[in-house]
Ligand binder design. Structure first.
Ligand SMILES: [Zn+2]
Length: 147
């Protein structure tokens, strides 16, 4: 339910109008029947007649959206749960991929090969495939350092 209802009341959910709790005026809910009701008129009423309440409403709406956004962000981070790039396992897998490219004369674009990415992802879902750039800048020089 929209936070705007903090400032309005309805006689019933079917009512074509809502009463402003601040000034007591009846405001149209924007339609002739329930399907076309919306809160736009109510928000407009707040904005026009009660700037303070409108500001508070906007703040409440914004923080609700922020909360949702943070939740989504947390979920996606949790879902990924990738190996840190400085972890032993990430380095070992990267090293083997680099060996595969450098030693077996595979193109660097191997890391963008969807079949190859699927294979790695199946074997180690926490491994985030590095970019070609990473392989060239970090992977290959690291291999030479080892050799
Ligand atoms: Zn009012």
């Amino acid at each position: 339910m929209s936070a705007v209802w903090h400032y309005f009341k309805r006689t019933t959910s079917e009512s074509p109008t809502a009463t402003c709790k601040v000034c007591g005026v009846e405001v149209s809910r924007g339609g002739a029947n329930r399907v076309s009701y919306n809160t736009t008129n109510l928000i407009k009423h707040l904005k026009k007649h009660h700037p303070d309440e409108h500001a508070a409403y906007c703040k409440a709406t914004a923080s609700a959206t922020d909360g949702l956004h943070q939740q989504t962000l947390r979920d996606s981070l949790k879902r990924k749960d990738l190996l840190p790039r400085d972890s032993e396992r990430f380095r070992k897998i990267t090293e083997l991929i680099v060996e595969c490219i450098a030693g077996d004369d595979q193109p660097i674009s191997l890391v963008e090969n969807s079949g190859f990415c699927r294979l790695i992802n199946y074997l180690e879902p926490r491994y985030g495939m590095p970019s070609r750039h990473y392989i060239v800048e970090k992977g290959i020089p690291a291999l030479h350092t080892l050799a």
